[in-house]
Design a protein around this ligand. Sequence first.
Ligand SMILES: Cc1cc2nc3c(=O)[nH]c(=O)nc-3n(C[C@H](O)[C@H](O)[C@H](O)COP(=O)(O)OP(=O)(O)OC[C@H]3O[C@@H](n4cnc5c(N)ncnc54)[C@H](O)[C@@H]3O)c2cc1C
Length: 504
Amino acid sequence: MSERAIIVGAGPAGLTLALELCSRTRIQPVVLEKTGFMGGISRTANYKGNRIDIGGHRFFSKSDRVMRWWLDILPVERPDAGLDPETTDLVMLVRSRLSRIYYLRKFFSYPLSLTPRTVWNLGLWRTARAGMSYFRSMLFPVRPEKTLEDFFINRFGRELYRTFFRSYTEKVWGVPCAQINAEWGAQRIKGLSISRALLHMLKKMRHSPDLAQKGTETSLIERFLYPKFGPGQLWEEVARRVRDQGGEILTNGNVVGIRQDGAGRVLGVRATHAPTGDTRLFEGQLFCSTMPVRELVQALDPPAPAAVRGIAGGLMYRDFLTVGVLCRDLKLKNRTPAGLERVKDNWIYIQESGVEVGRLQIFNNWSPYMVADPRTTWIGMEYFCNQGDAIWSRTDAELIDLAKRELEAISIADPADVLDATVIRMPDAYPAYFGSYDRFPALIQWSKQFENLLLIGRNGMHRYNNQDHSMLAAMLAVDQIISGARDPDALWSLNTEQQYHEEK
Ligand SMILES: Cc1cc2nc3c(=O)[nH]c(=O)nc-3n(C[C@H](O)[C@H](O)[C@H](O)COP(=O)(O)OP(=O)(O)OC[C@H]3O[C@@H](n4cnc5c(N)ncnc54)[C@H](O)[C@@H]3O)c2cc1C
């Protein structure tokens, strides 16, 4: 290996790039990772044998290439072929998705569907109002559709928007829906509407054997793959393979400087080793960044033009924290003929007013192997926040206290049943489509001048990517390195939802 590629970040994008380089080229990857963990946002935290998946990561993709890649790392469970999760660790489980909305202390299906149960839970008066307002929106849609508020109203009507979308979305983003670009909705919940939801219900009768579920909208994906010990297990295995094949991965290496020659070439990156404070320069022929664009531009030496720094400085992110709570039991139960049992949801959207929690994960339902003692229920209370705000600034003990109070307030668990708890913080979890985002194309244009710097990944491209999209960008980058046909436009136009537009 004579050439070196310096990769910033050991998340899905950086690790995919590193493994693709190892297996398909003679270029040695050197990955610099700020934290001590593999997988970035897709890592799995381990607290006394109880695992936390930050955000809950379904493994599904409409890209066959990504699906094959994942299954090459962790094959799908098949007890008859010796792949029994009871006895094998390196295995993907096939899981069913259940996520519901918790509102008025009742469950509503997610995505919302018009069933007798919905009408019953909502009450006749609310349902009638929602129906009338839906038809009003069909007849008189908001035009032009500029904001996320317009997007929701045009698809669901003002009443359903107010009831089910406004407060949750504002909790997630910390700003009113009227200030968020409609593009966010178009990317994330594109294709979801009342008519689609009804159609989906009818189609649901036919069971799809196709795990990629290519004809299904993102929010509706009903079965997904899941590593036995959570998403981080897959990325730890990828990192092990990278190291085995001659790649280097350095943890606790925070990239703080990008040396460039001012004429379109990056010369090296400076990383500070957190425990010692030592700073080292890493030189190579190729550089690839998955770190947030805002930090990348700030790290350039000599600095980027003022206009570019202005755009980068105005990019915004939303941060995220999970309070992991180990419960003896939940009050929330499914009533079955055999008695009361634990609800089956993977995650629950909390729509109740008066609490700050946005979502609740039940890790037992993602994989039973995520929980040290299966008799206990291991949940994640998710709070959306900004670094330094009133939620983020609380101490761990205060956050645990808050989580317990909120569990009681919305009748989910009794604080006396809480056995243990911990807090995991994830900065920059969501790249935001507001702030200076509308000027982002100018920054993209400027970045293309660098002949040996690739920007890929979620925060690396400031795109609301899932793992598969971050991985596809990495794979395409390696295709280009191999063919010698450098084409940043192709990377940037790798629309995050490209595969989802295909009606294969
Ligand atoms: C709540 C939530 C739910 C999600 N659910 C799903 C899902 O169901 N399915 C799915 O596929 N995806 C899901 N995702 C998206 C998924 O987490 C991301 O797409 C994926 O982790 C992005 O990978 P990445 O490598 O592009 O970026 P990241 O995961 O952000 O990795 C970037 C890495 O770079 C490192 N880094 C940053 N700055 C520096 C620096 N200066 N120096 C060195 N290293 C640095 C970071 O520490 C990190 O390890 C979800 C995300 C969230 C927030």
